[in-house]
Design a protein around this ligand. Structure first.
Ligand code: C2E
Ligand code: CA
Ligand code: CA
Ligand code: CA
Length: 279
């Protein structure tokens, strides 16, 4: 996202290069953004590599700053995490994602799920399961349409509470995916411990598989392992037809990336999906 994050880079400089009260300024600004409704969800389609149909979308947060314009998450999620505001922002993301997904389903996207990024602080809150449950109830969204993305580092801390939260939500019908798979820890025992359904192969491995034999070997191995464990695979950062075809040949289940679409505002996402289903 660096190439398209011009605004956010500027924002990052202004706030973070001069330490101290600039961090406080951004946190104040974030708190205000929540109150004023300046956050917006964009949706990036996830495509089934066999059928070329849209099977879901990842919800990605954007900040429409009144003065600074569109700001990308890499420029404010770290500050939101540090300040703890990620918990409230995360609740907003969950609720809005469920509401949007419900409206997509009403538009006829039947086999569709929404993937929501969850930060470690959010998941470790003891009322997280309740927060998810409320978001589903408030939006009237059946749990099977919701997928929660977690990073490996989160599951390394394999506490009883965390296991209970994941089990409770899985029993409700919510599914879990591992985000940025392969970039975290080498100890994979958490795959046995937790009810995981999806591995999202990180884009650093995916982006040049057609030229880089080591990355191709890694992606092949990840897909094989996932098959052995009955996990679905989603390749991130698919930017070309060549990569998409190669992934399909390697039996990866689905993909996400600029080759199909970047993350789109809700209206544009709906238009894109309609266009896809008629061509
Ligand atoms: P992520 O979860 O790994 O999300 C994928 C990022 O890759 C997104 O950046 C997406 O726009 C970008 N991307 C998608 N396709 C391509 C591609 O083909 N090529 C390249 N080069 N990039 C692609 P984005 O939206 O800027 O989000 C950055 C990160 O911010 C996300 O990484 C995620 O960790 C975090 N984030 C986004 N939304 C939320 C949220 O609601 N809550 C939390 N906790 N974190 C979020
Ligand atoms: Ca993600
Ligand atoms: Ca990712
Ligand atoms: Ca990432």
């Amino acid at each position: 996202s660096k190439s398209i994050g011009g605004n956010s880079f500027h924002f990052f400089n202004t706030y973070m290069d001069r330490q101290g009260h600039n961090y406080i300024a951004v946190v104040t600004d974030l708190r205000n953004a929540l109150k004023e409704g300046e956050f917006e969800l964009y949706f990036q389609p996830q495509i089934d590599l066999l059928t070329q149909k849209i099977i879901g979308a990842e919800a990605l947060i954007r900040w429409n700053h009144p003065k600074k314009g569109l700001i990308f998450p890499d420029s404010f999620i770290p500050q939101a995490e540090k300040s703890g505001l990620i918990v409230e922002i995360g609740e907003w993301v969950l609720q809005s994602s469920c509401t949007s997904c419900k409206s997509f389903i009403e538009l006829g996207f039947s086999e569709f799920s929404i993937a929501v990024n969850v930060s470690s602080q959010q998941l470790k809150r003891n009322n997280f399961a309740q927060t998810v449950h409320s978001a589903l109830k408030n939006s009237n969204l059946p749990a099977k349409h919701l997928e929660l993305e977690m990073t490996e580092s989160l599951l390394i801390d394999n506490s009883l509470e965390l296991k209970q939260t994941v089990t409770y939500l899985s029993d409700l019908g919510v599914s879990f995916s591992i985000d940025d798979f392969g970039t975290g820890y080498s100890n994979l025992s958490y795959l046995q411990e937790f009810e995981i359904e999806v591995l999202k192969i990180d884009r650093t491995f995916v982006k040049d598989i057609e030229h880089n034999p080591k990355n191709k070997a890694l992606v092949t191995a990840i897909i094989q392992m996932a098959k052995g464990l009955s996990l679905r695979t989603v390749a991130e950062g698919v930017e070309s037809q060549e990569v998409a075809s190669l992934l399909k040949a390697l039996h990866c289940d689905s993909g996400q990336g600029y080759y199909w679409a970047k993350a789109l505002p809700e209206k544009e996402f709906i238009a894109f999906s309609k266009k896809c289903s008629t061509t």
